[in-house]
Design a protein around this ligand. Structure first.
Ligand SMILES: *Cc1c(COP(=O)(O)O)cnc(C)c1O
Length: 242
């Protein structure tokens, strides 16, 4: 994880670079959104802070990024509790969540993007009930067919949607990643397939699934074209810092 010391920048220089990157990214997201014929504001940017420590993560919040994503639950919890970050952002768990990490994670998390099994969804629901809250969850789908990727295949997704817990969780949509090393047009087809799958599940289960979490630094424009409502952006926000 990068620190101001490891990247050899003073706080002011890092602040300015991150603020500029954030503004550039927002402009590109808005541009892609309007080119797609969608309303500006339809797409939320989740700043992925996994590359940097809590201090640099704080600079991202200073720049205006209020939704942060982490792929490791333990890091999410540590940052959410850190002096630099406490109470300043809404946290999104975007990477695999082990069931034994559900309890501490739920204390901090605003949304879980990476629900990849029925057992995990049940564990989140029962802990959420204990903590007297309802947690927004997305179901991660494996659309690339890449066996090394996490995420539910379609039959597992359908089984899970039949058994959505009645309390503790609100299933709000789907999350997906394009296959590793996928060309831009192939990534766009995968994102389109996620949207079509969402439309089909919504009709089949009479369940609103408004959110589509798809698109990262390398492919967010294609994802927005295909209906993404949340892009998870890391690398681009730290351009030029190391
Ligand atoms: C790291 C990560 C991202 C951000 O990827 P970048 O290419 O750095 O923008 C998005 N989603 C998940 C699940 C990640 O682990």
């Amino acid at each position: 994880m990068q620190t101001l010391e490891s990247i050899k920048l003073d706080r002011k220089a890092a602040t300015d670079k991150i603020a500029a990157n954030w503004q550039t990214l927002l402009a590109e997201v808005d541009q892609a959104t309007s080119v797609a014929g969608r309303s500006v504001g339809d797409v939320q940017v989740i700043g992925v802070s996994k590359y940097v420590d809590a201090e640099i993560t704080g600079l991202l919040v200073d720049a205006g990024c209020r939704h942060l994503g982490e792929n490791r639950p333990q890091v999410l919890c540590e940052k959410a509790e850190s002096a630099e970050m406490v109470g300043r952002a809404s946290w999104h768990q975007i990477g695999h969540l082990q069931r034994n990490k559900v309890r501490p994670t739920l204390r901090h998390v605003h949304m879980i993007h990476s629900v990849d099994s029925e057992r995990l969804l049940q564990a989140i629901a029962s802990e959420a009930v204990k903590q007297q809250r309802t947690v927004a969850c997305l179901l991660e789908v494996n659309i690339s067919g890449d066996a090394n990727k996490t995420g539910l295949d379609v039959p597992s997704l359908e089984r899970l949607l039949l058994e959505v817990p009645k309390s503790g969780v609100r299933v709000a949509g789907l999350m997906a990643m394009a296959g590793w090393g996928t060309e831009a047009d192939a990534a766009q087809r995968q994102f389109a397939a996620v949207r079509e799958l969402r439309d089909r599940m919504q009709a089949e289960f009479a369940l609103p699934l408004p959110e589509l979490s798809m698109g990262m630094s390398g492919d967010f424009q294609a994802a927005i074209t295909e209906g993404s409502t949340m892009v998870r952006i890391g690398t681009r926000l730290f351009d030029g810092l190391w």
